[in-house]
Design a protein around this ligand. Sequence first.
Ligand code: AMP
Length: 219
Amino acid sequence: MIRIIMLGAPGSGKGTQTQLLSKYFYIPFISTGEILRQEIKKNEKIRNYIEDTINQGKLVKNSFIIQLIKKKIQEKKCYNGFILDGFPRTIEQAKSLKKNIKIQYVIHLKIKHDSIINRIKGRLIHEPSGRTYHEIFNPPKKKNQDDITGELLNKRKDDNERIIINRLKEYEIHTKPLIKWFKKEIKNNIKYLEVNSNASIKYINKKIINYINNNKKNN
Ligand code: AMP
């Protein structure tokens, strides 16, 4: 059983590392941003609310996202563990998670704010699956095409400079305080790792895997 939480500012590489860790440990991942983007496509009732919130770079309501996650982590495929990418993003969300499950690993990808905008601007997404790439740091095998289906890649609508600035503000106000909160939880046996996300994707991935494997042995 491995439960991992990926923490970090937008553009810190959470999605990329999540995908690699999911393959390595054979556990599913739950990406709240991705779930919300899929909900926009299929859920007419709340489509406007989610779309407007995301496109303003704001966080959706705690109660809404908490309810969504509660359902997801109870799915059978999550019995052997999972990776949370983009959740929790507020202390309220973290507290509700703590009530429902035992959090094991928190991986914090640290990034300097001045490199965020350039990193996000080069990001590409395969909309049907949510697979992400980066034009320079993590390019697809064929330009602008998804590696698995060959379908066209797109830019996310909220990956533009104006919205990114708002997303970073939301991060500073709501998500950054979580770092302290998780550090306090170390006494409750949460394993917390901080990695510099300006390093290469491979290096970061190795560091996280080694950390988790070493802790698994020691437990
Ligand atoms: P992401 O794909 O993780 O960058 O998320 C895209 C957008 O979805 C965010 O900017 C928020 O508007 C929304 N979102 C994703 N996860 C959460 C969350 N845990 N709490 C609130 N809003 C979220």
